[in-house]
Structures are given as C-alpha cells and as structure tokens.
Design a protein around this ligand. Sequence first.
Ligand code: SAH
Length: 661
Amino acid sequence: MTDRTMERETMVTQQIERRGVNDRHVLEAMRDVPREAFVDAGMEELAYEDQPLPIGEGQTISQPYIVGLMIEAAEVRPGETVLEIGLGSGYATALLSRIAGRVYAIERHEALTERARARLGKLGYENVTLQSGDGTQGWKDAAPFDAILVAAGAPSAPASLKRQLAIGGVLVIPVQQSDRHQTLTRIRRTAEHEWDTEELGAVSFVPLIGAEGWTEDGQRAATNHVSARDQPLPEMISDAAEPLPDFDDPAFGALFDRYADRRVVLLGEASHGTSEFYRARAAITRHLIEHCGFSIVAVEADWPDAAVVDRHVRHRESRPSEDAPFARFPTWMWRNTDVADFVDWLRTHNEGLNSETQAAFHGLDIYNLSASISAVLDYLDDVDPDAAQIARERYGCLTPWQSNPAAYGRAALNQSYRDCEADAVAQLRSLLERQLDTEEKNGTSFLDAAQNARLVRSAEQYYKAMYYGGAKSWNLRDSHMFETLEHVLEAHGPEAKAVVWAHNSHVGDARATEMGAIRGEHNIGQLARERFGDQAALIGFGTHSGTVAAATDWNGEMEIKRVRPSREDSYERLCHAAGPPRFLLDLHRDRALKERLEKQRLERFIGVIYRPETELQSHYAEASLSRQFDAFVWFDETNAVTPVGVETRRDGVPETYPFGV
Ligand code: SAH
C-alpha cells in the first residue's frame, strides 16, 4: 500500500491547523488514522483533499477540516465515553477512538455500518461499538455520554440526545436555520434541566433522518428560529455605496478616476458569461484609455487569438492563414456582443493615432490553452473515452469551478490515464510547433516572437501540468499570465499602464481566499500586489441573481442558466441587503467598514461552468472581501451575454472583422 504519511501531514498542517484547529488530541489522531482506508477503492488518491467525498448510499465522508473542528468543539478527552450519530465511513469514529475511552456509533444504512465495521476491525480499533438504526433517539443503555457528535443536519437538537448527556457534557450538531442553511451548534448540559447553546458557524451536511430529525421526504419534525443576520452591515455598505450611472454616461468611467495614477488596474468578474460585467469593464477601460494614459488591455484569453484582435484594432494587416479567433470552447467568453462593441470602439479610438499612442489588446493566457485542451480531448475521445471523461472533469479545475464530490470522484486518475500522458503531450507539442511554424512564415512582430520563444521553453512543463490539472497547473497558469503582463508592459515602455480583464479568482488577492490560504494557490492579483504594491488596483465584481451564459460540462454547449439568489451567509447577500441595485464600493474609504468586511464569508465564483444543483460545493468559497479587493462593483440583477456565433455576421455591418467569418 502507498505510504501516505506525507499527504496526511500536509493535510493536518494546511487544512486543519491553518484553519485554527489546535487541540493536540485531535491533531495527533488525525496524524495517526489513515484516511485512505475510509474511502472507496480507487479514490485513495483523493483521501487527503480538502473536501467531502462520496461513500455510497448517497452519503459522504465529511471534509477533514469539519471532522477536526467538530471533535475539537466536542472537547473530547482521554478516558471519556462518546456517542457518534452518522457513522458513515467510520473515519470520525476512528479518530474518536484514538482519543476517547469508548466510542458508540449509530448509522441508518446497514451497508455503511458493515463496511465501517470491517475497516475499523482491520485497523484493530477495538474500543468501538457500532449499531445500525435511528440515532436521533440516542443509545439509552450506554448513556450518559461526555460528548455526542452528530454528522447530519437536524431541524433542531433532538431532546433525547440532550437528555443523554452527562452534566458538563457537550452535544455538537448541525442545526438547520432556513431552507438551505445549517449552523454548527454546541450545546452544553450545565445542570439537570439546563443547557447552554453556542453557534460555531455555517456548515453543510446531509439530513439527519429519524424520529427526532427529518422525515424521508424532508418534512421537519421541529422548528428552530434563530436569526444570525448581521443587521448593521448592509446599512454600512449602503452608506458607503456610490451609485453607478448608465454604462454610456461618461460619469460611469469618471467614478474610477481614483485609479488614474496606477500602473495596473485589474478588473474582475464573478462569472465568464455576464453582460453587465463586460459592459462595466468596457466603460471603465474606455475612460482610463481616453483620459488617464492607459494603453494596454490585457485579457484572460489565448495569446494568438487576442493577437488577431490586436491587429484588427490597431489597423494592421491580417494574415491570410489566420483562423477565426475564439472559435473554441468557451466561445461566448470573447465572442459576445459586449466584447464586439468594445473592440469596435478600440478600433475607432486608434484610428489616425501613431503606433506608440494606439491602445493594444493582448491575451495573457498560456498560449493556446483552449486549442490544447480540445486537442487532448479529441485525442482521448479516440483512444480511451474513459480517460477523456476524466480529462473533462480535470479541466474544470482550471476554471473557478470548484469540485463537486460526485464529479471529483470520477476524476480520480486511473492507470490508462497515466498511460496516455506521453502521447497526449506529444500531440500538444506538435500542435504548438505547427502553429509557430505558420506564424513564422507569416512574419511575426517582435513581441509575438519573444512570447513564442518563452512558450516553447516551458511548453513541456505546461502541457504536463495541464494534463494532470490541480494546484500546480493553476499556479503555472497564473504565473504565466502575470509574467506575460510584465513583458507586455515592458514592451510598451517605462510609462506604460495596463488594464487587465480576468475572473475574480485571478484578480482578487489569492491570499485572502481559501485558494491561497488552504490550497496553496496564487494568482495575478497577488503577484501584481507583490510586484507593484499600491500601484496595482484590484477591483472585484459581484451579483445577487439573474441569468448567466455557461456550460454544464467542459466543452459542453453554452446554456443560458438562471443564477440562484445568493446564499444568506455570503458577501453577495450583504450587498443585496444593502439595497441599491448597482454601485461601486470603495473598500478604502471607510476604515470601520473595511474591518468588518475582512471577516471570512462565502463568496460566489462562476466560471465557464455553472452547476446550480451543487452550488455551495461547486461555486462558493471562503474569502475576506476587503483584503481580496480594493473595490467591489455590484450589480444586484444581471443578464447573460449575447453570443456572436462563429458563422454569424452582425446585422448590417459586414466588415465586422474579426468577429465575422
Ligand atoms: N462522519 C461520517 C459522516 C457521514 S455523513 C464520515 O466522515 O464518514 C452522515 C451519515 O449520517 C450518513 O451516512 C447518513 O446515512 C447518517 N444518518 C442520517 N440520519 C441518521 C440517523 N437518524 N441515525 C444514524 N445515522 C444517520
């Protein structure tokens, strides 16, 4: 069996300790218990990932951090007697058995109980007693308990469990607060008829089904009304909010004059398919170019495709062999009416200007990322459809679509996927060589040539990382995008100033989000702050609800999807509650507000993939808004972009190259 001691150590330091769990009994137990023994065969590779995983019967093994947090909250000590409801995989029971004297655990699904029994037996953990059945009524014969842990969400704390606590004992249980919102709750029995209740934070668990929990069809057996809403914060946001004028009103761009002296202004977006985000960024960029001396627009797009647009907007000759730009998934990201309007504006603006004063349009992304991904998928579809399916899931990780336990499970690498590596990477190399060859024949500009040379040097590394996905490829990609930005700035001279268009997940300082703090990922925003300090402005964008253009799977069709109203425990909900429908929130204007908005909360990230069914796991992550951004631009209700098809010409404007055929 593979030795996973190192992975376990990394999990404990990065996911558990760094998030503030420091009970030494918990940490020792987590260093000791082999988590891979509690996941299904074939998923061992994922055992130490920062998330829940499927374990069969529609249930999940909890995220390691949550398990650590719950045991710490239950204050379990050596020699104690503990009850766990929702045995599941048996992992939490195993940890408890390493700390407590005796552990009792109950699971509704007999198949899970038997699987857990076998696992615990094999590991020789003997101080545990298991039972199949309804745990909401506890285990009377073994009571009282020093601690009771419940690993499923209840409508309210079951009275039976409260009564089975020893005086001084602690019950830790997720309690439902509203339709989609659970709070981890600690209840301490302080006297025969007295219990103290404390809320520990938002969590997401499967339902607790039983006599004192939920019915099978989701009816609540009891109610619990506790309002955790932070009343004054929306009011503070409302006071600080500066209303946004119409996109075409020059006053819109003028609001951003405060960033006129920056070297780089990074404009984010909360999805890759929302019209308002594009139009706002276009309005800000037009102002910065016309009035503040900015001359570079650098976007999260492939270099060669953006180069076609650049030649168009700078009135340079196109190349005869040129493919239509942005013709591959996700086409709507750049082929949409908002981008087309902005490109038209840039071209008009540049007319008659000399090449030094013209505004340029560059792509920051790893050379031909989308062409490369398509090539790998085509190749794998041919030789090994299962491996192609894995690749599709893995490419999801290159976008701000986070994992969904079920899909992630399927993305576990198998041997045939590894066997395909050499051939797939070779395919990518020859694709790159072909493209560079064509460019050379056509004669490239100096900047193109320098960029190409850098790419060839690191191509192998990129392609390997892209093939395997994960944090390493994320970091390679963002480092690459930032270095490209630096090269472009350099090529445009010492005074050059750039506007960057990229997703919030690339633009907001990664150190202020789970990405950086837990997963070790960095991004353009962080690198720009490290390099340019106060000369960089990081501006995030957000929305409450509306529609968005996105796909369900990598390479899937574009769909217009409804964006779910933001979660109650999110930053978005605070902005929604503030009231004004569209505003700029300058996070440096009001010190008190900045401090309040440093508190970690959920923030929504929608990329080219949107999966509303698993929205919490797939699209929300913890962030500290005022550390992540310098300002936040808010549109309460938003609309999907209107795509411009590869074959369509826009009405009445036949020469709309590069967006026509
Ligand atoms: N600690 C477990 C979590 C499993 S998920 C792990 O890390 O693997 C929660 C489990 O609670 C599910 O397996 C579900 O079947 C179980 N469950 C739900 N209602 C229950 C009840 N009334 N009694 C016992 N188990 C229950």
